[in-house]
Write a protein that binds this ligand. Structure first.
Ligand code: HEM
Ligand code: SF4
Length: 572
């Protein structure tokens, strides 16, 4: 894991001192709110419906037990005893006070964390594969590249005032676990013997994003040698900086520019800009790579023999075998090293807390589990779950028993109740409708694990407004809160998908009342069950059957049937 050097530490410490001074001036009235706003946003501090919200960066989703203990203590001391892990691998605190924020940032700085660039129109926290360095299908460990890009982009003076926020994702495995195509820039790392002498290269996708106008990123550059990433991305950002629609907030994301120009023309313009800087000083060097990459070496794995699933299950007591086998099937993933596995701790218990929330007690206990079972390291996934990446297979049963005590062992990873949800109307001042009670109602309706297992892989994502923080566009089933004449309504999309076959879901028609949603979802699911072929997943069945049977089922008991809403689609 990357360790701050004196430059990193000085930078973060200085920022805490600056912000302390800015907060003091805001509190004594010498700074007006309009003057203070950009300063607080540069430090991840939002003003929400009821309180301030602080967004803390977890670079590429990787953190250690010491950092988690600090996150836990911040939740205890300065918030209401919990933190919220987000889809972009950050953690958010929903109830902080302005007065406390400098102290919180100081606590974070002690464990090499900060909130710089987690907000504002700059390059945000870089997201990556939560299974980086351990995934069985990995071509390249993306973390050194992520770290190099993080250092390159942090406080980059030229890109501190972009037309809109800017999000990078980096993936280095066969399976995309980063929602790569929904990012402003997606960087796909490869190592191919036939290209660049087998050295690391990158394919660059630009112009993806969700929000009001969901668009998947377009491939604009292939086989870029890794050293040239900064000059190429500089060229790309310059084109965006120059031509991005600063005149219209709703059209200011790079996706609109790439769409307007067409990906070929956008790529051509980037290429034109790049020509001037391609061979400049900005590129990465091997020495820089070595400086950073030494932090991402493998932990001290034991030399073990791989166990079969059956052998692992046999470690469990007779009474536990079935439940443990379920957890192995859904929450445990294969590992590069024989005898090890990666474990997903579910932050989606049925109906009790918001998706992605962890309490102080849970965070402290999970930090202990990380120390005991996984070399003290953790990851957060974009589905808002936590990962212990390096667990000995022989210890999985013991870990499962501990995780169950903390209520983070529900075997629902990838199932209907592993819901991604934004905070919605309960916290967010931009919301059109609540998200969390809808997530809760669906989890309560589908509480039968046998049934969930039988349904298999289905993603259900909920956003409280069109900003799409809950990724509803790429859920197989998406739920979007909409406002109609001051009332909360919910629109359903079907057919969205994340990963290699990423797709944007389609709105099925007019929206529903909140209390109808569990029935609507049940009707959609029943249609799948009635029509599926053997072993056919929900998304495959949807692809084969088309929207009609699902739509008919969804509206069979709808209270109101009318025109489709006009809230989704092109920006006006
Ligand atoms: C409560 C505080 C929050 C506020 C005020 C907020 C605000 C926003 C806004 C305004 C956008 C749209 C940006 C645009 O299209 O230009 C957005 C997008 C997004 N937010 Fe949030 N958000 C909040 C919380 C969250 C949380 C909790 C998550 C994760 C669960 C999240 C994840 C995202 C993601 C992934 C997008 C990307 C959409 C895209 O690429 O177009 N946000 N957020
Ligand atoms: S989708 Fe809307 S309601 Fe949900 S967090 Fe984002 S801005 Fe807020």
């Amino acid at each position: 894991m990357y360790k701050y050097d004196h430059i990193d530490q000085t930078l973060v410490d200085q920022r805490v001192a600056q912000f302390r001074d800015q907060v003091a001036r805001r509190l004594n009235g010498t700074l007006a709110e309009e003057e203070f706003r950009p300063l607080r946003l540069q430090n991840g501090l939002y003003h929400q419906r009821h309180a301030y919200m602080l967004r803390v960066a977890i670079p590429y989703g990787l953190f250690n037990s010491k950092q988690l203990r600090t996150m836990a203590l911040i939740a205890e001391k300065y918030d209401r005893g919990y933190g919220h892990f987000t889809t972009r691998q950050n953690i958010q605190y929903n109830w902080v006070t302005l007065e406390d924020t400098p102290d919180i940032l100081a606590e974070l700085a002690k464990v090499e964390m900060h909130a710089i660039q987690t907000s504002g129109n700059c390059i945000r926290n870089i997201t990556s594969d939560a299974f980086a360095g351990v995934a069985g299908d990995e071509y390249v460990d993306p973390r050194p590249v992520c770290e190099l890009l993080r250092q390159w982009s942090t406080l980059h003076p030229e890109f501190a005032h972009l037309p809109r926020k800017f999000k990078f994702a980096v993936n280095g495995a066969k399976e995309d676990r980063t929602v790569l195509l929904c990012h402003d820039v997606g960087i796909e790392l490869k190592k191919n013997k036939a290209v660049n002498n087998g050295e690391l290269t990158a394919d660059i996708y630009a112009g993806g994003g969700m929000g009001r106008t969901p668009i998947l990123g377009s491939l604009i550059q292939t086989d870029l040698p890794w050293q040239l990433l900064p000059s190429y991305l500089t060229a790309l950002l310059r084109v965006y900086n120059r031509f991005g629609r600063r005149d219209n907030l709703y059209k200011a994301r790079i996706k609109i520019l790439v769409k307007a120009l067409g990906p070929e023309e956008f790529a051509r313009q980037v290429e034109g800009e790049w020509l001037h800087i391609k061979n400049g000083d900005d590129n990465f060097t091997q020495a820089e790579w070595d400086r950073v990459a030494k932090h991402f070496t493998k932990p001290a794995y034991k030399s073990l023999t791989a166990l079969t699933n059956e052998q692992v299950i046999n470690i469990a007591s007779e009474a536990d075998k079935t439940a443990f086998a379920r957890w192995l099937e859904r929450n445990v993933k294969p590992h590069q090293v024989p005898g090890y596995a990666s474990v997903i701790l579910s932050l989606k218990p049925h109906g009790t807390v918001a998706p992605g929330d962890a309490t102080t007690a849970q965070m402290l206990a999970i930090a202990d589990l990380a120390d005991q079972y996984s070399f003290g390291e953790l990851r957060v996934t974009h589905e808002q779950n936590l990962v212990l990446a390096d667990v000995e297979q022989a210890k999985l049963y013991a870990l499962w028993q501990e995780a169950k005590k903390q209520k983070v062992a529900l075997p629902n990873v990838g199932l209907l109740t592993d819901i991604i949800a934004c905070p919605g109307g309960d916290f967010c001042s931009l919301a059109n409708a609540k998200s969390l009670p809808i997530a809760k109602a669906i989890q309560e309706r589908f509480d039968d694990l046998d049934y969930l297992f039988d349904l298999g892989d289905i993603s259900l994502n909920i956003s409280g407004c069109i900003n799409s923080c809950g990724h509803h566009h790429v859920g197989n089933i998406g739920v979007l809160g909409v406002d109609k004449d001051g009332e909360e309504w919910y629109q359903i999309t079907l057919g969205g998908e994340q990963g290699n076959d990423a797709a944007i879901g389609k709105v099925i028609g007019p929206s529903f009342y909140a209390d109808e949603i569990p029935d609507v979802i049940t009707n959609i699911i029943n249609t799948y069950v009635a029509h599926r072929n053997e072993d056919e997943s929900f998304i495959d069945a949807y692809g084969r059957l088309g929207v009609i049977p699902f739509k008919e089922a969804a509206y069979q008991n709808a209270k109101k049937k009318g025109e489709a809403d006009k809230t989704v689609g092109e920006d006006a």
